[in-house]
Design a protein around this ligand. Sequence first.
Ligand SMILES: NC(=O)c1ccc[n+]([C@@H]2O[C@H](COP(=O)([O-])OP(=O)(O)OC[C@H]3O[C@@H](n4cnc5c(N)ncnc54)[C@H](OP(=O)(O)O)[C@@H]3O)[C@@H](O)[C@H]2O)c1
Length: 237
Amino acid sequence: MRLALFGATGRAGGAVLRHAEASGYRVHALARSAGRLDGASPSVAVAVGDVRDLAAAERVVEGADAVISAIGGTGPVNPAVLEHGTACIIAAMNRHGLRRLIVVQGFHLPFPGDRRNVGRPAMAALLRAWNRHLSADTYRMADVLAGSELDWTLIRMPRLKPGPPGDNYRVGRLALGPWSTVTTGQVAHFTLSCLEAGDFVCDAPMIADGGHAGRKETALAEGGVTHGNPAHGTPHQ
Ligand SMILES: NC(=O)c1ccc[n+]([C@@H]2O[C@H](COP(=O)([O-])OP(=O)(O)OC[C@H]3O[C@@H](n4cnc5c(N)ncnc54)[C@H](OP(=O)(O)O)[C@@H]3O)[C@@H](O)[C@H]2O)c1
């Protein structure tokens, strides 16, 4: 399978890149500067550009079977990376007839069927206080994603720690908070598992460490969220 990857020089995206390389994928990655992915294997092709440039996004998705985005870094000097970058990725995918897009983002984003807990709004408030540009951009990105006609999945994660790929994580409608963590390797493992299984289409699963991937702490039944049904709701309530 050939994967188009955005955010490959970042924490989550870098882990996805390494796991994809080790799993035999061919990867076409976007990097903002030449040389940032020089250590990658021959199975990785690198295009240089900005994700908000449609032509650059098209160069990366052309010929791919699926797309993963772990972009971030929104700020005054790098505005609307998530909203405009995701819009460009979607437009590029539409032009090239691709359907499968997985986006990695924070669990502060609400989604229909979420459990009520103090942790998610607390995290949302902390993120807003830390970087209001990034915070606002994440909600706008979620709206752009949900408004697409693609087979999208929004993976919602807590604070990242370094760690190797493995399946000892929990997935579903979790009661997470600022105290929650997940490793980069766990996110990479879940991202590629989602892709390979075709799971969580038009859904926004949370992931956190502890437990086992097979044990889905899910409210899919409780929350009325249906896999594979593009009409079930938007991430941004
Ligand atoms: N880290 C966490 O604990 C955590 C927790 C929850 C959610 N999140 C969110 O999840 C996403 C992934 O997190 P992360 O920690 O892996 O992010 P990260 O390490 O900051 O990586 C962000 C990636 O986006 C790329 N990027 C930034 N601006 C770009 C642009 N204009 N064009 C193309 N690429 C661009 C960066 O490239 P460069 O290397 O060139 O900058 C990098 O590859 C982010 O949106 C983050 O806000 C992070």
